[in-house]
Design a protein around this ligand. Sequence first.
Ligand SMILES: Cc1cc2nc3c(=O)[nH]c(=O)nc-3n(C[C@H](O)[C@H](O)[C@H](O)COP(=O)(O)O)c2cc1C
Length: 214
Amino acid sequence: MKVLGIGGSPRKGSTTEKLVQEVLAGVEGCQTEFVSLAGRAIGACTACLGCVETNVCVQKDDMASLRASIVDADAYVIGGANYFGNLNGLAHCFMERWYQFRHQEGKSVAGKIGVAVGVGGGDPKPAVKAVRNFLKYNQIECIGDVTAQGPACCFTCGHGETCKVGAIHMFFGPDTKITEEITPSLAKQPDVLSAARHLGKDLGNRLRQFAAGT
Ligand SMILES: Cc1cc2nc3c(=O)[nH]c(=O)nc-3n(C[C@H](O)[C@H](O)[C@H](O)COP(=O)(O)O)c2cc1C
């Protein structure tokens, strides 16, 4: 049995990636694969309907090389980040391209199970809600979700302490110095890490039960 983890943030080594990897680390007795979308060119679905007859997307970009891993997997751990109260664009484009699997009652992904992962600088809920909805639309049972706070770019952009519209002013007020102590990281969220591991364990248990026919 195989579990495919997708880190939907465009940042390499992001909180989203680490949290998806934490869920995968909890999976026992199954093969796991992690794919980061960071640096990949994945465009939006153009609704060209080129996939209707074959259930294979005709667009030529980095989504094509991910198709086999998606089809082969028995379960998915999909993570994305909150951008302006929505799921970040790269993760959304990746999801839109799953349109290729649903024509003529396509069975490549339907009936499988999944875990939703969401990250936000302040609020991770919109991201995790979008992933949950995506799984539901694709008839994939979401067995649970996990969310975390990640560092807004304002912590590292170089202007965070003075910018009046940035996250530092918004969350902590003016005259705040950016320190390690106030910078969000997964290491400071042990409950989240533990929840992620447990979800991975549950996912592995479900898959092994399924394989055993129980
Ligand atoms: C374009 C953009 C918009 C964002 N909008 C929001 C937002 O509306 N709410 C929020 O809580 N965080 C927002 N953030 C902060 C990110 O959610 C935060 O940096 C998170 O850690 C990103 O996930 P990552 O660390 O996995 O890349 C935004 C970040 C970017 C780059």
